[in-house]
Design a protein around this ligand. Sequence first.
Ligand code: 13P
Ligand code: SF4
Length: 339
Amino acid sequence: MYRQMQAILADTVPDFELKLKAEVAAEINRLKAEKNAVILGHNYMEPALFHSIPDYVGDSLELSRKAAQIDKDIIVFCGVRFMAETAKILNPTKKVLVPSEKAGCSLASSITAADVRELKKKYPGVPVVTYINTYADVKAETDICCTSSNAAAVVESLKTDRVIFIPDEFLARNVARQTGKRIIFPTLEPTKRNGGELEYELIGWPGHCEVHEKFTLEDVKNIRRQFPDVVILAHPECRPEVVEAADFSGSTTAMIKYVEKTRAPRYLLLTECAMGDNIAAANPEKPMLRLCSVRCPHMNEITLEDTLEALRKDQFVVEMDEEIRRRALRSVERMLAVG
Ligand code: 13P
Ligand code: SF4
């Protein structure tokens, strides 16, 4: 395990730490086989974890698809709680573990099922598109889910003038721009009338990712001033003006693929910093700038040490009410059918 990790992480993780991490990773892999478990790892996992124990890595959409197909007894989800919940929604007979109880998400906690019911009452008949970064009870109130990689396709698949798109304000604004729809935020602005018609097509919600909201247009300008040849990649949870000023915007996996397939003098990733470390380790010949004061505190809760404890003690088990799960499943499956 040490040699496998050293081959890719020698320039990223100091050797003494690599040896300690490799011991933990080897024990996790032994237990994983003994307990007939599988490990799914989100692209934001720290390099020593990302490059050692997961059987599959990916973005939210890829990991949801994979979770649905797992035939092992236990799914250990190295990601945040809403992702582990989505695995349970899709594959309910498996034991799903999330290694830390603290791995939340500012978007998931920005909206409740009662908020969605209120929105539906206010805008009857308008379909509700919910970002996958939400909890099961919110998904249960939803017509269709989406992720950062299929949000525009999901909105367009509905073929309606109006859509309620929750809870990420910036993703909603970015999707509105992509799909040519205008957007209003019912809790921020009073509705406007235009010849008797309400002036909106996409109804948003003021939830934000506490990581991506920190990147500003000023950051982009500063970096371009210092490095005019930089290629900038921004996650769609970033502010619309940041996404517009970037060279590429896409899901975490879309950004990884973009770096793999292109050859720029240097790249800047406007997303969780550990992913920059993971890409830099896998592509050592491609210079990678990072703004590493910006970390996701929730993703950072998931460590090799906690994953080992999770497997040893079968903790923390993801459970949910069966009726909520079944209703949430409809919206997730409808999304998977779109692509
Ligand atoms: P992806 O679906 O692009 O992996 O994004 C998940 C996420 O939480 C980004 O902050
Ligand atoms: Fe949630 Fe943002 Fe962290 Fe992703 S990066 S898990 S959206 S808080």
